[in-house]
Ligand binder design. Structure first.
Ligand code: NAD
Length: 256
């Protein structure tokens, strides 16, 4: 379905970003990966699906590096047809204890980076009259939790930005939508499970059960594979007129 298209997925060396990159590659899209840590493993995993794969190590908190990444993608692949704004970090603390530099980092990586990548991707998408921008927000773009002030502010912000971009592209073949996962067992969440286990003397299993029990009625994690298939749907012709939605995949979290 996506043969000949190029998808750039930010923060795709791990977790949800990698799951979405693999799902798009299975549909034939060439992939530009981004993120820190091991890059050779994810590159090989994508390449095994028979598509072209590139990588740019832009730090998504730095606008100049985001510009360099977009230039790299255009030079190597022609243009970015599908932009997945996924890179994100978390910091957990009460508002009065929240380190200001962590606030700045979360806002920069989880929110401002999506603005920069989107503004740089839009002209070529509009010129081609086809494009997909998918923002990986969170159920925290719809509801709040204590001790996540920067994350919740950034995710509500990205849901708002999704709607603005959808309105500005409404008469074109470019769409912009957001995905709002509940808990997904990635390194970002395992850190929160570990912190709960350490603070309360619980086993990993007990901490996991309690983490799910607090928020997610299904008591199940959403998987990167499931989120990848939702991204594939947004890229399909059936979703040509799906614009500005924030689609939760959260085991009933936001329904409460
Ligand atoms: P993860 O930690 O597994 O992956 C994060 C990715 O972002 C990694 O590839 C990492 O290298 C990259 N990254 C981090 N800082 C970066 C930076 N400055 N520049 C470039 N890349 C950077 O986390 P994940 O759980 O897969 O999270 C991905 C997205 O999904 C985030 O936006 C997160 O907020 C969102 N999300 C996660 C969950 C969850 O339960 N895991 C739920 C809802 C939303």
């Amino acid at each position: 379905m996506l043969k000949g298209k190029t998808a750039l997925v930010t923060g795709s060396t791990s977790g949800i970003g990698l799951g979405i990159a693999l799902a798009l590659a299975r549909q034939g899209a060439n992939i530009v990966l981004n993120g820190f840590g091991d890059t050779e493993g994810p590159k090989a995993e994508v390449a095994r699906l028979g598509v072209r794969v590139g990588y740019h190590g832009a730090d998504m908190s730095k606008p100049a590096e985001i510009e360099a990444m977009m230039q790299y993608a255009a030079a190597q692949f022609g243009r970015v047809d599908i932009l997945i704004n996924n890179a994100g970090i978390q910091h957990v603390a009460k508002v009065e204890d929240f380190p200001p530099e962590r606030w700045d980092a979360v806002i920069a990586i989880n929110l401002s980076s999506a603005f920069h990548a989107t503004r740089l991707a839009l002209p070529a998408m509009k010129a081609a009259n086809w494009g997909r921008i998918i923002n990986v927000a969170s159920v925290h773009g719809l509801v709040a939790s204590a001790e996540k002030v920067a994350y919740v502010a950034a995710k509500h912000g990205i849901v708002g930005m999704t709607k603005v971009v959808a309105l500005e592209t409404a008469t074109t073949g470019v769409t912009c939508n957001a995905i709002c996962p509940g808990w997904v067992l990635t390194p970002l969440v395992q850190k929160q499970v570990d912190a709960k286990a350490a603070a309360n003397g619980w086993t990993n299993e007990e901490a996991t059960r309690r983490l799910l029990g607090e928020k997610e009625p299904s008591m199940q994690f959403t998987t990167p594979e499931e989120l990848g298939e939702l991204a594939v749907f947004f890229c399909s012709a059936a979703a040509n007129n799906v614009r500005g939605v924030a689609w939760n995949m959260d085991g009933g979290w936001a329904a409460q």
